[in-house]
Design a binder for this molecule. Structure first.
Ligand code: RIB
Ligand code: CA
Length: 313
């Protein structure tokens, strides 16, 4: 089967970095048309710089990286330095990138790509707030039916919130953007905290990356060493949830995941529940299903794939 054409939209973020490395290490499965950076974990100047750092670490300096929206559609930006550190990629010390940032705005790249590639052949993989995707849909509604599917990390049901008691970070930062994407009619595959919290690094899993003895393996180990302290402190979990690599792993091996096709709506008004993904897991709302909402993962298979592919870099 020919590799799937994808665009990764991202706010790196250590877990975004691992997701991007997995994509770049899998040319037989993924044809990465471009990486579009969005403001999220850290401000846009850092997310676009980090995306280029990651591409150079992978030895892929020809990857096209675009800068997108520097703030949510209607709200002030909320960032997550408390999780990812000041740079967004805290852990290993990384040199500044030398590869260029593309001049075109990320939103226009998304629009142009969907218009020029054959309809139904491009998958969008957002790993951060959905601002760029929503802005593209607002600017060019004609692109929506041309999207093959959207595989996104965001939301939660049983795991509820990680940035507020009710909301997951990517959705919370730009709930209006998420509302547009979830109402768009595009085919949605959602990786919520319910599944990403089962993709936990453990000491042996992190040491397997370090034992690769490569710059990429060392960085993945040091990123997860840094990144895990937040979740271990908050949840008392054994390690860090590798949220965003679940998206890339789904594109490569969807059989690693199971979930339900259900209705998911976004809370955009709630005083205490803003950004909540109201997931009708039990089918009580009568609302039409609009998303494949993942609930389980073959974690051993996930980490085996991740380690095998990162070893290639
Ligand atoms: O809530 C986890 C998500 O928020 C991940 O994508 C992480 O990188 C941050 O963007
Ligand atoms: Ca992210």
């Amino acid at each position: 089967m020919s590799p799937r054409k994808i665009i990764i939209d991202t706010d790196p973020g250590q877990d975004d970095a691992v997701a991007i490395l997995l994509a770049l290490a899998s040319p037989e499965d993924i044809d990465l048309l471009g990486i579009t950076a969005v403001a999220g974990n850290v401000p846009l100047p850092l997310t676009q710089k980090n995306a280029r750092i990651i591409c150079e670490l992978a030895g892929k300096p020809d990857t096209k990286v675009f800068a997108g929206c520097e703030a949510p559609l209607q709200r002030k930006l909320v960032t997550a330095e408390h999780v990812h550190g000041k740079t967004g990629l805290d852990g290993p010390v990384m040199a500044d990138p030398t590869m260029p940032l593309q001049a075109q705005h990320a939103v226009d790249f998304i629009i142009d790509t969907l218009r020029h590639e054959p309809a139904g052949t491009v998958t969008l993989c957002p790993l951060g707030p959905l601002t760029n995707l929503a802005a593209a849909m607002l600017k060019a509604p004609d692109i929506v039916p041309r999207i093959q599917e959207i595989v996104l990390m965001g939301g939660a049901y049983f795991e509820v919130g990680n940035i507020t008691p009710a909301a997951e970070f990517n959705i919370y930062v730009d709930p209006e953007a998420a509302d547009i994407v979830f109402k768009s009619g595009a085919k949605l595959i959602v990786m919520p905290l319910d599944v990403t919290h089962k993709a936990l690094t453990t000491r042996p899993r992190i040491e397997a990356f370090r034992a690769l003895g490569t710059p990429a393996g060392r960085c993945v180990a040091e990123w997860t060493d840094y990144f895990e302290r937040f979740d271990m402190g908050k949840y008392g979990s054994e390690g860090a949830p590798l949220h965003d690599p679940c998206v890339t792993a789904y594109v490569i091996r969807p059989e690693l995941f199971t979930g339900r096709h259900i209705n998911v709506v976004i809370e955009t008004k709630g005083e205490f529940t803003l950004g909540m993904t109201v997931a009708d897991w039990w089918g009580v709302s009568g609302r039409a299903p609009n998303a494949m909402f993942m609930g389980d993962i073959d974690a051993e298979g996930f980490f085996a794939l991740l380690t095998e592919r990162i070893a290639r870099l």
